[in-house]
Write a protein that binds this ligand. Structure first.
Ligand code: 3EB
Length: 317
């Protein structure tokens, strides 16, 4: 069944849509989750670069039910469930474990057991927790929860995991009644098969999720970095990393099917904001129809990676 789901990247001052259900992700606001009038608003501590602020919107016509299940905020539509979780992020392994247990229990209880897209944000991603880097602690907590829930790594959807400067762990997702199609990248080892050197517990996510919507197929792109095989490429060279990412994104598009439209919008995470002009020039040359762009600060999970790109291929709504 085609999902009635649309997505776009709107200017920060865009008025709230009426008589519909939506998930809005906002940058440049104090970290918070709020639920109101058919809208779940998540401000996960993202900081826009040089006034490029944008609002990410996921929209469905029709009404919804607002709900709470313990720490989980929920917005339930007939076909789609949005769920969001926010708590302190210290200790990260325990909180990631709690977040995934809470979220999966909540979406299963409502009949939407299949996440199609998940985002994870937390602070001090390279900081130490019990002798491990905090990204690894996050992977351990997530992996333990999925294990207890009986969710296989291979059945996970597209995801993002990025370090911000805001305190707290944010995990939010879009869930559906039927699964989307997980897409892997032929240029990369699946994240759940990475060798142990990156994390004692593998990252659990797909490189992309393909879904069928009223407007045709959509491809939800995970945060994508300059990795081929399992190795980081072009250490210290942001331009070359960007070109490698574009090759990865093109490979995902080819794998998902040529009936998938080009990207409608992309979010670019930069470790060093001064790299923006160079990255922008490479993106402008690459896409004949330029996608909408949101530029934000972000620490990619490996120290040597300077840039990561996520986004959505969709017909422009
Ligand atoms: C990578 O390809 C880059 O742990 O959920 C990207 C997207 C990355 C999601 C996650 C990690 C995650 O390994 C890092």
């Amino acid at each position: 069944m085609a999902l009635p789901l649309k997505t776009s990247l709107l200017p920060p001052d865009a008025p709230e849509a009426r008589s519909c259900t939506c998930l809005r992700v906002r940058a440049d606001l104090p970290p918070a989750i709020t639920l109101s009038d058919g809208c779940l608003m998540v401000a996960p501590g993202l900081e826009s670069i040089s006034g490029s602020g944008s609002v990410e919107e996921w929209r469905i016509d029709g009404s919804c039910r607002v709900g709470r299940a313990g720490r989980v905020h929920l917005l339930e539509h007939a076909d789609v469930l949005f769920a969001a979780w926010h708590q302190p992020d210290d200790p990260l392994a325990d909180n990631a474990h709690r977040a995934y247990l809470d979220l999966f229990q909540a979406i299963r209880a409502r009949g939407f057991p299949h996440p199609i897209r998940i985002w994870n944000y937390f602070s001090r991603i390279h900081g130490d927790e019990c002798g491990l880097e905090r990204y690894q602690s996050f992977c351990i907590g997530r992996g333990k929860a999925l294990d207890e829930l009986g969710v296989t790594e291979e059945s996970m959807p597209a995801a993002t995991a990025i370090g911000t400067r805001a305190a707290g762990l944010f995990v939010y997702l879009i869930a559906t009644r039927n699964p989307g199609q997980a897409i892997e990248n032929p240029r990369q080892v699946s994240a759940y098969r990475y060798p142990e050197q990156y994390s004692p517990e593998s990252p659990a996510f797909a490189r992309a999720t393909r879904i069928e919507t009223d407007l045709g197929p959509q491809l939800l792109l995970s945060g994508t970095a300059s990795i081929t095989g399992h190795e980081s490429r072009h250490i210290g060279d942001c331009a070359a990393q960007t070109r490698e990412i574009l090759a990865n994104l093109d490979a995902l598009h080819a794998t998902a099917g040529r009936d998938v439209p080009p990207p409608a919008w992309l979010r670019v995470y930069l470790r060093r904001p001064e790299d923006q002009p160079e990255v922008a020039a490479i993106l402008a040359r690459h896409y004949p129809r330029p996608p909408a762009l949101h530029w934000v600060y972000g620490d990619v999970c490996r120290r040597e990676l300077l840039v990561e790109i996520e986004g959505v291929h969709a017909r422009i709504a």
